[in-house]
Design a protein around this ligand. Structure first.
Ligand SMILES: Nc1nc2c(c(=O)[nH]1)N[C@H]1C(S)=C(S)[C@@H](COP(=O)(O)O)O[C@H]1N2
Ligand SMILES: [Mo]
Length: 328
């Protein structure tokens, strides 16, 4: 696809780009995207398009075993083929099949994760050390995208809390921000100012410490392929998919609520909490039902979306007394 370069210059340092510049670039892009008919369901209406046929060249991935976890869901698994070819990873394009086409280019070694902010043990952790930090578990989780589809995926990883225990946040840490790596030479989507790059997500400290919050390195018994967020990502099963940030290279403990990429790009559509809540519609579509990928025949009825994606028993306590329509 040929995309006319937006009207900004490559020689401007990211630090020199003001929010106003971003806003202008984004508007410029949206105009061009509308003209070109680009995909991207989560993006504003003007940015929709046809899906290209997937080209999948899957190399053999290394095995990554994990002991079965009692936190696993009992649902039928989504076929592996769908898990690795139907993705949202906008850094590799806003079309569902583009990440599978392009993300094999992602360099996942060498890799380290910077630990910063309100924390005693600051500094980079090498990916090989991160892999050995706690025993690997296989966790079968339901995932639900804000776009209205869901999957059931056997992830491999360990609770994010294991890492938190070792790096020791200070008493001032109330939130955690996660940042995706920036690889301009491999991430073709970075040319499109659809989101504020790098992709940033955040959790409240108690959400981050919940045992269900998974620091994830693999799926289906193999290391994560690029399109699913190699070499390390987050999986937060009771929140919409976009909170499950991919290819993390920085974790920052913070006293105040971090800005998140989706909230910056469309505050009225994507709040900080983003808990799966069938009673709160997306401004442009309902969240009451979902289509489970892999079981969608012509006559297959949609599933009813469950509060907290079916994890209410485990997580509802985190939000006691909060108005979840206000804190969406
Ligand atoms: N860095 C980054 N992380 C991301 C995204 C993205 O575009 N960039 N998309 C999110 C969205 S919207 C979803 S639904 C999930 C999809 O994860 P999967 O492709 O592994 O199923 O990743 C999330 N994490
Ligand atoms: Mo999503």
């Amino acid at each position: 696809m040929l995309i006319k370069k937006p009207t900004y210059h490559d020689d401007i340092l990211p630090s020199e780009i003001t929010p106003r510049d971003l806003y202008r670039r984004r508007r410029e892009f949206l105009k061009q995207a509308a003209a070109l008919g680009l995909a991207g369901t989560m993006l504003p209406q003007s940015v929709r398009a046809q899906t290209a046929a997937p080209v999948i060249e899957q190399g053999k991935l290394a095995k990554l075993a994990g002991r079965a976890s009692p936190l696993s869901a009992k649902d039928k698994l989504t076929p592996h083929k769908d898990v690795v070819t139907y993705n949202n990873y906008y850094e590799f394009g806003t079309d569902k099949h583009q990440p599978a086409q392009y993300a094999h280019r992602l360099r996942s070694r060498p890799w380290s994760v910077a630990i910063e902010g309100e924390v005693k043990n600051k500094g980079p952790i090498d990916i090989e050390d991160l892999l050995k930090l706690a025993p690997m578990e296989e966790r079968i989780y339901r995932m639900r995208c804000v776009e209205g589809w869901s999957m059931v995926i056997p992830w491999v990883g360990y609770s994010f809390a294991e890492l938190v225990k070792r790096v020791q946040p200070t008493a001032r840490a109330k939130y955690v921000a996660f940042t995706t790596a920036l690889q301009p030479d491999t991430m073709i989507g970075l040319r499109l100012p659809v989101l504020e790059w790098p992709y940033v997500e955040g959790l409240r400290m108690d959400e981050a410490m919940h045992p269900l919050t998974l620091l994830c390195f693999g799926l289906y018994g193999e290391v994560l392929p690029g399109q699913n967020g190699a070499p390390v990502r987050l999986v937060v099963p009771w929140k919409y998919g976009f909170k499950s940030i991919k290819s993390i290279d920085k974790i920052t403990f913070m006293e105040s609520m971090p800005k998140t990429s989706w909230n910056v790009s469309a505050a009225h559509e994507y709040g900080f909490y983003s808990n799966v809540n069938p009673a709160v519609d997306h401004p442009r579509w309902s969240q009451a039902t979902e289509r489970r990928i892999g079981e969608d025949g012509f006559f297959t009825p949609k599933r009813k979306t469950l509060m907290f994606n079916g994890y209410a028993e485990q997580v509802a306590g985190l939000y006691k007394g909060m108005d979840l329509k206000k804190f969406y």
